[in-house]
Structure formats: structure tokens, C-alpha cells
Design a binder for this molecule. Structure first.
Ligand code: SAM
Length: 232
């Protein structure tokens, strides 16, 4: 069944949903007609089964039927703090980390990143990739991609891990779900010692991902893969 992302559901007592613009075009591209049943979700965790009552070139009316249980999210939201990476590597990380369950991707400007900053259309493209990937993995939460900030600007965390090849701690022996989870991963050139220290001061525990040095685009997926493999 097709899943359509909408901006917002109407107030609780309203059983019909009026759509226009890109949401209607999406229904048309999928060749839907009156009477078809689709799923609609808002990217914030709410999903309904809905029937198309009216559909024309510009607007559509859907009847909201059953609200669907969403049990695809992890026990706490996961934020991936990822250093800016070259080329399309960041797009791959956004796509795959969305499949693996992140709720927020916080881009980080770091000392050894080859890319100093990204904004505008590049940022929008990453957000669109997150939306596509969350649909693909049948999540009803769409991760938010946040514009790059420096490590200094990160707030303190209660449950955070930074991938650091020199550490001997492992993630799985420390993983818990008592607070929102943060994981941080560095650029091709690694985090500087000062950056690792700053992350630790903000509550991140340094962890190893094994004896081999992983590429900057592999390390965050290794962390998220290990978490997903616990069955959450
Ligand atoms: N020359 C860098 C160094 O030795 O730190 C290598 C950086 S690595 C290509 C990019 C990022 O991936 C690192 O900053 C770290 O966050 C993560 N990483 C790669 N391999 C890792 C490992 N075995 N354990 C923990 N983190 C790792």
C-alpha cells in the first residue's frame, strides 16, 4: 500500500483530510483514483489508513480510517552527530542511517573536515533523502537533518558515544535506553584530540568499533548496525 507524507493531520475530531500541491501530485504520479486506500503519515510518528473520497488536478479529500500502530521506532530517539564528508558520502550516510533508525542527523563542522560548511539546496537535498529513506523503511518518523554547527555548540548529553579508534570501550556493553541516545562520528581526517575531549566533556563516552580503521562513512553505520542488531 502506498504511503503519502503529509505536512499535518487535522484536529483529532476531523475525519477528513484535505490535500493540495505536492501531496496531490504524489497521488497522481502513483495513479491513484477515488476509492483507493492509502497510508498517510506526518513524519512525526502518526500514521493512518485513509480512503480517497475526491481527487482532481489540484486537490484531494481523504477519509481517515484506522490509526496505525507504529512500532518501528527505537525506545529513545537517536541523534547521529556526523562530521561533514566529501562528495556524496553524506547523502549515503543520511539514507542508511535513516534505514537504521536515527531520528535526527546533526551535521558537524570539524577541524579536519574537507568540507567547511553546507547550506541551502545541499541541505534540502539531504532532508529529501531522509524523507525518501524513511518511507522506504516504512517508518512514520522522518529524521530531521540539522544544519552544521561546531562541537562547541552541542548541548550536554546524558547518553552519548563518540567513535574513537583509540578507545578500548565498546558500545554494546554501555548501551542503554534511559535517555535519548547520541552517537558522534568523525570526518575522513578524524576528530582532533581537542574535539574528542570536548565531546567527552559534553557527556559522550569514547568507544571503539573494532581493531580496523573504518572509513568516515562506514563508522556511523557500524554503530547504528550494532544497535539495530540488538533487535530494537
Ligand atoms: N586518521 C583518523 C584517525 O586515526 O582517527 C581516521 C579517521 S576515520 C577514517 C573517520 C572516523 O571514523 C573517526 O573519526 C571515528 O569517529 C570513526 N572510526 C573509524 N574507525 C574507527 C574505529 N575502529 N573505532 C572507532 N571509531 C572509528
Amino acid at each position: 500500500m502506498h504511503r503519502i507524507k503529509i505536512t499535518e493531520f487535522p484536529p483529532e475530531e476531523t475525519r477528513t483530510l484535505e490535500l493540495e500541491g505536492p501531496e496531490v501530485r504524489h497521488l497522481q504520479v502513483l495513479r491513484h483514483k477515488i476509492g483507493d486506500i492509502v497510508r498517510v503519515f506526518d513524519g512525526k510518528g502518526v500514521e493512518f489508513e485513509a480512503q480517497i473520497l475526491e481527487l482532481n488536478a489540484f486537490t484531494a479529500t481523504l477519509e481517515l480510517r484506522e490509526q496505525l500502530e507504529n512500532n518501528r521506532e527505537t525506545p529513545q530517539p537517536i541523534t547521529l552527530a556526523i562530521a561533514l564528508l566529501k562528495g556524496d558520502k553524506l547523502a549515503d550516510v543520511v539514507r542508511q542511517s535513516t534505514e537504521l533508525g536515527v531520528t535526527t542527523i546533526q551535521l558537524l563542522k570539524t577541524q579536519f573536515s574537507d568540507v567547511p560548511d553546507i547550506k541551502g539546496n545541499k541541505l534540502l537535498r539531504l532532508q529529501r533523502i531522509a524523507e525518501e529513506a524513511s518511507k522506504q523503511s516504512r517508518r512514520s518518523v522522518t529524521p530531521t537533518v540539522l544544519e552544521p554547527i561546531g562541537i562547541k555548540q552541542l548541548l550536554e548529553v546524558k547518553n552519548g558515544f563518540v567513535a574513537h579508534p583509540e578507545s578500548r570501550n565498546t558500545l554494546l556493553e554501555r548501551l542503554h535506553w534511559d535517555a535519548p541516545l547520541w552517537i558522534a562520528s568523525g570526518p575522513e581526517g578524524g576528530f582532533s584530540p581537542l574535539e574528542v575531549q570536548m565531546l567527552q566533556n559534553k557527556g559522550f563516552t569514547a568507544i571503539s568499533l573494532g581493531q580496523r580503521i573504518l572509513r568516515a562513512e562506514t563508522a556511523p553505520l557500524a554503530m547504528l548496525g550494532a544497535i539495530a542488531a540488538t533487535g530494537v
